[in-house]
Design a protein. Sequence first.
Length: 292
Amino acid sequence: METPADASALLEDVMNTAPSSAIKGWMQAGWGGLTVGRILSAAVLLLACLAASRLLLGIVRKLADRSGMDGRMKRYLLQGVKALLYLLTALIVAGSLDVDVTSLIAVVSVLGLAVSLAVQDVLSNIAGGMVLLFSKPFTLGDYISTGEGDGEVAEISLTHTKLDTPAGQRVMLPNSKLVAGQIVNYTVRGVRRADHAVCASYDDKPEDVRAACLKALSRTPGILGDPAPQVVLTAYGESSIEYHVRFWAKAEEYWDAHFQSLEEIYRAFAEDGVTMTYNHLNVHIVEGEKNA
């Protein structure tokens, strides 16, 4: 017959051994190879990685601010760095939990390859957008001419550039084609030069034609005095002499000066008696003696 245990002695023994053994047992409890202790260790590692990611992201942001990078480019850069840091954090934490990170990286690589093949045109446009944002051949509000279209730059995104044409149309141009072609920026320097070709009769002296043209330009608002306007003789035609009238104007006043100057040249020619020639045919009939 078994002797009943002393209740007081048993309680004292439990009180003495419970704290250490209970904590040890709780830390070792879990499911398979995933224990509570390993979970806590992974949680601490996660917090450390997030703190380090935040610190690195702040450093990248400060460097981007000091470099004078375009605002849109800086936003895309920060988003890319943030995504990369979060991916590295996930891999590090997964590795601490004995997850097969090699297999996970292989799966991510295969998925990335499949996605890149499916959206290669989009990726090409994104690469073009990065080049445009870094090189800055134009900015918002510039008037540009490209192989794909002309107009004022309304928006620059990673994939497309939107132009507003003089006809009031909104044109979306792929960035990959813009980067591969020629881009002419008419606004970046702040001034533009106009070049009119006008014709005058051979009977008019070049100095008279030049004086009439300069008078017309002096009456046109928006034309800059420096550089000074020019009127040069450029070619001898079949029935007229060709002159080129050149002047500079501010980019925002260019078109007004361009059209107004043409009207003023016509008026000045009429006032000064300069003949503005045009194609015509003169027929001369010569009567000779008839042979008997």
